[in-house]
Design a protein around this ligand. Structure first.
Ligand code: AMP
Ligand code: MG
Length: 360
């Protein structure tokens, strides 16, 4: 009897030792598990080309994550859309259509985006203003018409722009958290979240992926890049910064090593039209109401993709000197500017991210 008990105890101790060994060794063995690469690409969110890559040991869960990320991005795209209606959905177009009419009950994700964007308005001294929609709508109409019919492309009338600029007060964007509503109190005001929506959505989707245990991924939504962890082999994600000179033979001006960081670029080469041989791009200086004319492109690297997106647009509307001063208030944010003549200018910390760079 005693002997049997002793054998049982020895067996139990054996199990305990094995279990302890398992818990100590499993993470080490796990680190050597072969991770495979899973990729999805699509064109149907934020009117751009998107790519998501996940490294995972489990194909089914990786595929489920890719599907889920796509579904979430689609939802954000529809909620933040100012041009299209969707059956049964109150989105930002609904809010614009009800300016001066009535507060609109909206999804919590819209309220969160607007709260973030209002905060960024304050933190960028109004350079990034989602209430600039009335002015941006005029530029948008001229640009789309000019792209469709280049021979008859026209510039907006300055008197019209100045009149529209009277309706860009961020205070007219009224968020009622308790009621869950968003309201434009100025009937002529319009929202345009083009400067922040994509980066904000990408950050939310990345955070959801991280919360569900994804530890190795990259989301590139129209060039708005967010990395999670490292690649499958433990090395950093390597991401190129696009050369704004689309005619140049070299397409990249820098290759960055990114881990848990975002890279977002604003530049005149991304969206523009031509009037009388001169290009007019899509980022508007709130002071002049004309396309910002300080730099060719600016790239921002920081963890939060929404912050990177908001700041890239704000920096694009500032001189490099003023941009550097603004970034004093944003620890953990690095930037690379391309001047109008193609010279590269970096924040001090930017160079540590760069693996290789072309001369300016
Ligand atoms: P991004 O490419 O992120 O710099 O955003 C550019 C888009 O933001 C434009 O297409 C407009 O929809 C919008 N936008 C342009 N200028 C401004 C501005 N000064 N503040 C806020 N949004 C702007
Ligand atoms: Mg932006």
């Amino acid at each position: 009897m005693v002997k049997r008990l002793r054998i049982a105890l020895v067996a139990l101790a054996g199990v305990a030792v094995a279990a302890a060994l398992y818990f100590v060794l499993a993470p080490l063995l796990g680190a050597q598990t072969q991770l495979s690469r899973y990729k999805a690409s699509f064109f149907d969110v934020f009117d751009t080309y998107s790519e998501i890559i996940i490294y995972s040991a489990d194909e089914a869960s990786a595929q489920a994550e890719l599907d889920r990320a796509h579904a979430e991005l689609t939802a954000y795209h529809q909620l933040f859309d100012i041009y299209n209606d969707y059956e049964g959905l109150n989105n930002l177009k609904t809010v614009n259509d009800n300016a001066g009419v009535a507060p609109v009950k909206v999804d919590e994700r819209i309220l969160a985006l607007v709260a973030f964007a209002k905060d960024m308005y304050a933190r960028t001294d109004g350079r990034m203003n989602i209430a600039l929609g009335s002015v941006l709508a005029i530029w948008h109409a001229h640009r789309t018409a000019g792209i469709d019919d280049p021979a008859n492309a026209t510039l907006p009338d300055m008197a019209e722009l100045t009149a529209a600029a009277q309706h860009t007060d961020i205070a007219s964007v009224v968020v009622d958290e308790a009621a869950g509503t968003l309201y434009l109190s100025d009937p002529e005001a319009r929202l345009d979240v083009g400067a922040v929506a994509k980066g904000y959505a990408v950050e939310r989707v990345a955070q959801d992926m991280i919360a569900r245990g994804v530890s190795s991924a990259i989301l590139s939504i129209g060039g708005n890049v967010r990395t999670i962890g490292t690649r499958g082999d433990g090395s950093s994600w390597r991401v190129n910064v696009q050369n704004p000179d689309l005619q140049a033979t070299v397409q990249s001006i820098a290759t960055l090593d990114l881990q848990d960081l975002s890279l977002v670029t604003s530049g005149s080469y991304q969206r523009y039209y031509t009037v009388d041989g001169k290009q007019y791009h899509h980022i508007i200086d709130p002071d002049t109401l004309m396309p910002a004319a300080f730099t060719w492109a600016v790239s921002v690297v920081t963890q939060d993709s929404g912050l990177a997106d908001a700041l890239s647009t704000a920096l694009y509307t500032l001189s490099i000197e003023d941009g550097k001063a603004l970034l004093e208030n944003f620890p953990g944010v690095e930037a690379l500017w391309v001047t109008l003549d193609g010279t590269l200018v970096r924040t001090d910390g930017f160079s540590t991210l760069a693996r290789e760079e072309e001369a300016g």
